[in-house]
Design a protein around this ligand. Structure first.
Ligand code: PLP
Length: 413
């Protein structure tokens, strides 16, 4: 019995697989400081008079091979600006994912429009194009394709569906910086691509967002949509013609974003390398379903999400996550917990204190997207970081092996 001890998982009294902490990236350094010094020296923090936001926009557009990029204050702001720019209006329906950040759906509600939730693909965790198309009505104006976890939706099919039904395609790329679909950067298959630079994304400027577009008029409207519909062209009169918030990015954020953008390629390369090795290390373990990138897609791995098959594994997602955490591998089960439509704001239609909003005519309840609900019931999320080392990888794989072996053989013990 003694020589079996090292194979015991930590939950059964064995030594944890991971004893040294994971590598931790130093996200901000001299590059950001240098940009910030230049911004202070330039004497203005206002984007229209400064250089850094413009530089960030130019470089981000060039990186994505599109003519226009418009920076703003958050990912949510980017999506809202996109909704405004394409004219989403009260009563319109917008099709969106039920597993995402509230930042994807708030902008739909802000416009008085109705979020309609499409079910997901069980393997890629992305919106299923068949579900999307089945939800199109004469009120549908747009599809917000949420490119979850650094993977992308089946964007070619989405484009075809949107063209066929005369819908706008907006991409939420907040989790997908650097991901490509059939060799093209995400955000370029849609009419507008929206990105977030909040503290937790691939690159960050504290908070920030950016949209990309190919159409000049759409880009002009995107700019107005982030700046109270004021034109900042020299000599242009102030004559706002549609409702737009102030979502401007400051030069301070722009400066940090310029420095961060330089680091993006390296971050994505390292994350891809980690994910590829992790997949190799844990492929075929009993009861663990690995994420399947969308066909033609090269993900940038914002996080790594597996699903458990409780019968084959011999444990639920909670038990698995608990056992992995005991090994020193931080994991959490169920991601967002419930689909967006089960949050009180939808279930109880409690977005506003009074008055009426078009979304109140729609019922949001458990059962709406069965596959998304099954994903949430069985998923376990592991974080991915560009600073993780080969030792981190070996320990993580060891934890997976020990824990899955322990649970899957419990009937034989
Ligand atoms: C982070 C995120 C957002 C919102 O971005 P913020 O910058 O936090 O407003 C929107 N959609 C998705 C998918 C996200 O992950």
């Amino acid at each position: 019995m003694m020589n079996e001890r090292p194979d015991l998982p930590a939950i059964a009294g064995g030594p944890p697989a991971k004893t040294k902490p994971y590598g931790k990236a130093v996200r901000y350094g001299e590059e950001e400081l240098q940009q910030l010094r230049e911004v202070i020296a330039q004497g203005t923090l206002f984007y229209a008079q400064g250089t850094k936001v413009k530089l960030m926009e130019e470089r981000f557009a060039a990186k994505n091979g599109v003519p226009y990029a418009v920076a703003c204050s958050s990912g949510t702001a980017a999506i809202h600006a996109a909704m405004i720019a394409v004219g989403i209006s009260p009563g319109d329906e917008v099709i969106v994912s039920p597993i995402t950040d509230m930042g994807s759906v708030c902008p739909i509600l802000y416009q008085g429009a109705v979020p309609v939730f499409a079910d997901l693909d069980p393997y890629s965790y992305e919106m299923d194009p068949r579900s999307v198309e089945s939800l199109v009505t004469d009120k549908t104006r747009a599809v917000l394709a949420v490119n979850l976890w650094g993977n992308a939706c089946d964007l070619g099919t989405f484009r075809t569906i949107c063209d066929k039904h005369n819908l706008v395609l907006i991409e939420d790329c907040a989790q997908a910086f650097g991901c490509t679909y059939k060799g093209r950067p995400v955000g370029t298959m849609g009419d507008i691509g929206c990105f977030s630079l909040n503290e937790f994304k691939h690159i960050s400027c504290g908070d920030g967002g950016i949209t990309i577009a190919t159409d000049a008029d759409l880009a002009r409207r995107l700019r107005l949509s982030t700046d109270k519909c004021y034109s900042r062209e020299p000599g242009a009169p102030r004559n706002p013609s549609f409702l737009a918030p102030n979502y401007r990015m400051t030069e301070l954020q722009g400066a940090v974003a310029v420095a961060q953008l330089e680091k993006l390629d390296e971050i994505v390369i390292k994350r891809r390398d980690w994910a590829a090795k992790l997949v190799t290390g844990i492929a075929g373990l009993p009861g663990i379903l690995l994420p399947v990138p969308t066909q033609g897609c090269d993900p940038s791995w914002w996080f790594f999400m597996v699903r458990v098959n409780p019968e084959k594994l011999g444990a639920s997602a909670d038990e698995f996550a608990e056992a992995m955490s005991a090994e020193g591998v931080p994991c959490s089960a169920h991601y967002t917990g419930v689909p967006i439509y089960e949050y009180p704001i939808f279930r109880d239609h409690s977005a506003f204190a009074r008055g009426s909003h078009a979304y109140q005519t729609r019922q949001y309840q458990h059962g709406l997207c069965p596959e998304a609900e099954r994903i949430l019931d069985t998923c376990v999320i592991l974080s991915v970081n560009e600073a993780y080392t080969d030792d981190d990888l070996a320990d993580t794989v060891e934890a997976f092996r020990k824990v899955t072996h322990w649970f899957s053989t419990k009937d034989k013990r």
